[in-house]
Design a binder for this molecule. Structure first.
Ligand code: GLN
Length: 476
């Protein structure tokens, strides 16, 4: 089996036709990991024995015939729980933490026949855009190992791009699926907030977090979404969604002008012109629209997100969660906290906990947090307004291609700017998908560029419909 050209769809076909067994296929992917991951470092852990046993089980019980993900090797960002396995969230504070239950997405993947192949690297607690904030060392971009793979789900993106898994899950709070997907030349899908259960995902900012996928094709993204979506009584924000297409003949693609101004490199600007022309060639009308509050997105995000981070990360106090050896001899409770959180958390996590605690504190709450929530509502209204006259929005995923290691680590604001085009969809809770402009072969010497499609709440089906047409015409 050729791990390079296979997609979920073609994999399952080959399996059903008896071209290979699930066990042979999993072995091939594990071999790739062995060969390549020394350079790339996409994985924090691989589940070799378990994956082979699971594949053998899939082969023997005949799941091959009727399960949509039979034998598919899926990697998970290491902020999702798999019972009995370590889950680090990329942090030293959870280095030795063993999960006691499976995340809902893990249960769903398994019941569709998928084989969990291992855990991928991420920025600590999903905070970052390059994986440089992982306590376990960065992941490299498979297209150029001097460049970052994006983040925070950089390990998942790199794993799929370098054929070490056929699909991977990530989480997207402000772009952590779409931005690394764009940097690594794969498809990254962030569903509507609430479409996929977050039970068993280590929370970053609960009103923004969403689990989604990395795949090679849009069709594969749809297959994964169909497996992982749905209501879950362990996550009160999850809803039963039945994705529908608009079902009308005329379908208009909106071009939000605020995403095409300053900050975009000429190379990406040119690629976007080409993508717009391609959609027109495919028969879609395009129309310029305006989302006037876009300019506040980053400021709103860096108030709302840290506030939620500071609340969510309070539990890592060295008593309930998180034990680092240095704190074993602490004498007072205060010392335990100071040692645990001072030494257990990296600089970026500490920065956001401080920021969040500050914006929530009495006297500043109204000026910062409450104000940010109001502007967030205005941003959501911008989208509602735009979707009155267009069906989806098309924009670049990132302002630049993958940058070099160290290029933005000294200046957090420069790093934050890499998410300027992805954050608005999280603030509004709408679904968005990043699709590579071309088919980017690893080793071709090119750095990938991604474009993004955004749709109204629960209109994932429109994203898939449009994306599949694009894939079919331009990424074969
Ligand atoms: N890169 C963004 C941040 O640092 C988004 C992170 C994410 O989506 N998890 O917050």
């Amino acid at each position: 089996m050729d791990t390079k050209t296979v997609s979920i769809n073609s994999f399952v076909k080959g399996l059903r036709a008896g071209a290979y067994s699930a066990a042979e296929a999993i072995e091939a992917f594990l071999e790739n990991i062995k060969d390549k991951d020394g350079d790339i470092h996409a994985f924090l852990e691989t589940y070799r024995e378990e994956a082979l046993a699971e594949a053998a089980r899939v082969d023997s019980v005949g799941e091959v015939k009727n399960k949509s993900l039979a034998g598919i090797p899926v990697a998970l960002k290491d902020n999702m729980l798999v019972a009995g396995h370590r889950v680090t969230a990329g942090s030293k504070i959870l280095e030795n933490y063993i999960a006691s239950y499976d995340a809902t997405v893990v249960e769903k993947l398994r019941s569709a026949g998928a084989v969990i192949i291992g855990k991928t690297n991420l920025d600590e607690f999903a905070m970052g855009s390059s994986t440089e904030n992982s306590a376990f060392g960065p992941t490299k971009n498979p297209h150029n190992i001097l460049c970052v793979p994006g983040g925070s789900s950089g390990g998942s993106a790199a794993a799929v791009a370098s054929d070490m898994a056929l699909a991977a899950l990530g989480s997207d709070t402000g772009g952590s699926i779409r931005q690394p997907a764009a940097f690594c030349g794969v498809v990254g899908m962030k569903p509507t907030y609430g479409a996929v259960s977050r039970h068993g995902l280590i929370a970053m900012a609960s009103s923004l977090d969403q689990i989604g996928s990395f795949t090679k094709t849009v069709e594969d993204a749809e297959i994964i979404f169909d497996v992982i979506r749905g209501n879950d009584h362990y996550d009160a924000t999850s809803v039963k969604s039945v994705p529908e297409t608009k079902g009308k003949n005329e379908f208009i693609v909106g071009i939000p002008k605020e995403y095409f101004g300053e900050g975009l490199t000429p190379e990406i600007g040119k690629a976007m012109e080409e993508v717009i022309a391609r959609f027109e060639k495919l028969g879609f009308k395009t129309k310029e629209v305006s989302l006037p509050h876009t300019k506040y997105a980053l400021s709103v995000y860096y108030l709302v997100m840290p506030a939620e981070v500071s609340a969510n990360l309070a539990r890592f106090d060295g008593i309930r969660y998180g034990r680092i050896p240095e704190a074993a001899d602490a004498e007072t409770l205060r010392d335990i906290y100071a040692l645990q959180r001072g030494k257990g958390f990296g600089a970026e996590v500490r920065r956001r906990v401080f920021l969040g605690t500050f914006v929530l504190s009495a006297g500043y709450y109204d000026a910062y947090y409450a104000k940010a929530q109001k502007v967030r509502t205005l941003m959501a209204r911008d989208f509602e307004g735009a979707f009155e006259s267009v069906d989806v929005l098309l924009a670049p995923t990132t302002p630049t291609t993958a940058f070099k290691f160290g290029e933005k680590t000294q200046d957090p604001v420069q790093m934050y700017l890499s998410d300027i085009f992805t954050i608005p969809a999280n603030l509004a809770g709408i679904p968005a998908i990043s699709i590579p402009v071309e088919k980017y072969e690893v080793g071709s010497g090119k750095l990938p560029i991604g474009f993004q499609l955004m749709a109204p709440h629960f209109r994932e089906a429109d994203l898939f419909m449009l994306g599949k047409k694009y894939d079919e015409a331009y990424r074969k």
